[in-house]
Design a protein around this ligand. Structure first.
Ligand code: PLP
Length: 374
């Protein structure tokens, strides 16, 4: 079986796969309501929030569009871009309002001063991708949330590839709308997105012309019915799976999970360094390397195709660069339920592929083992 080390969708536990094989149920039944409510309850712990959470049937992007389209109707939106998903937020903001991009080369860090300057001009919505999966950078969401609050703007955070794997305390930071994807750190199949909405965001939503399918007021109305529901037919098998994945997350404990992600990421980074490879992101003092995906500059002497085909032949799937970074970087996903074993298999395969091209030092596995304490 191929080892899936791409930054989502992630490998699923057998318990999660089995959960999807259950017979179909009525989505307007108490049975579905119980599943939905249990998922929301665990997600509130994962998000560290008392805000409302809704689970939409749709991929992460539907959550991004729901967030923007419910609070923006022709308004200015400050939209930070330092990778592909930030660029996507910008496009969505352009569609529903007037995007004011705070833009950097992909992989470069966001500067708070630039956001502050943009806020001084009066925009009342800020979007940011917390973990920019396309470049392996963890953006300073906490700091930007505080800035947005200072200027009385709503802060929308794409936590699609961070929530459930890294520390992202939504209420403590003051994130008004946060989005988590099912197929990333939550270790469920793709196709569901969880979205939290603060009191401040609700006020804005109530004054804004709503989209149809993604109208958050409808999600709230149906969630508050006597039997909890979603407005439209939900992807029921995915809910079965999400419930099981979230139970597994609760069994592990959020803090343990964060530690595991941190340890695996550190092991990957140390291994890259020991192998003489260079990490792609360009960090300032408030940005971090991602703990869910590592982006590495493609070394000289091997092509993207040779590298990834070589890895695939050894049974490990990793990702390439997106957009203009195709061929220039490769990315290793390390989120969900992966452990030391998968990290070491990946490093071992990478070392061996590189060695076939006369690249590397052969010291990657030992460096990773040191972090993983094996
Ligand atoms: N935002 C981030 C940070 C992502 O990593 C992704 C997917 O990789 C998305 C948004 C888009 O999610 P989806 O492909 O589920 O729509």
């Amino acid at each position: 079986m191929t080892l899936l080390m791409i930054p989502g969708p992630v490998a699923l536990h057998q318990r999660v796969l089995n959960a999807m094989a259950k017979p179909m149920i009525n989505h307007r039944s108490k049975e579905f309501a119980n599943i939905y409510e249990e998922c929301v309850s665990i997600l509130k712990d994962v998000f560290h929030t008392k805000n409302d959470i809704f689970i939409l049937s749709g991929s992460g992007t539907s959550g991004m569009e729901a967030a923007v389209s419910n609070v923006v109707d022709g308004d200015d939106v400050i939209t930070t871009v330092n990778g592909k998903f930030g660029a996507r937020f910008k496009k969505i903001a352009e569609l529903y309002g007037n995007a004011i991009p705070v833009e950097y080369r992909w992989g470069n860090s966001v500067e708070l001063d630039d956001i502050k300057k943009a806020l001084e001009n009066g925009a009342k919505v800020v979007t940011m991708v917390h973990n920019e999966t396309s470049v392996g950078i963890l953006n300073p969401a906490k700091e930007v949330a505080a800035l947005a609050k200072k200027y009385d703007a709503l802060f929308i955070m794409d936590g699609i590839s961070s929530i459930g794997g890294v520390d992202a305390p939504i209420d403590k930071w003051g994130v008004d709308i946060a989005i988590a994807g099912s197929q990333k750190c939550l270790a469920a199949p793709p196709g569901l997105v969880a979205i939290s909405v603060s009191e401040k965001a609700w006020k804005r939503i109530e004054e804004t012309r709503a989209p149809y399918y993604l109208d958050m007021k409808e999600y709230r109305r149906y969630a508050n019915k006597e039997v909890t529901q979603t407005p439209y037919t939900p992807a029921i098998p995915l809910f079965f799976a999400l419930q099981e994945a979230l139970r597994m997350l609760r069994e592990e404990g959020m803090q343990e999970r964060i530690k595991r992600h941190r340890r695996c990421a550190e092991a990957v980074r140390k291994a890259m360094e020991a192998m003489g490879l260079e990490l792609f992101p360009c960090l300032n003092e408030i940005s971090r390397h991602s703990n869910t995906v590592t982006a590495v500059n493609m070394p000289e002497g091997i092509t993207d195709k040779q590298l990834r085909d070589g890895m695939r032949e050894k049974g490990v799937l990793i990702a390439g660069g997106q957009g203009h970074l195709a061929g220039k970087i490769f990315r290793i996903g390390h989120m969900g339920i992966i452990s030391a074993k998968e990290v070491l298999l990946t490093i071992e395969a990478l070392e061996s592929v590189l060695a076939e091209h006369g690249i590397g030092t052969g010291e990657g596995v030992a460096a990773a083992e040191q972090v993983l304490k094996i």
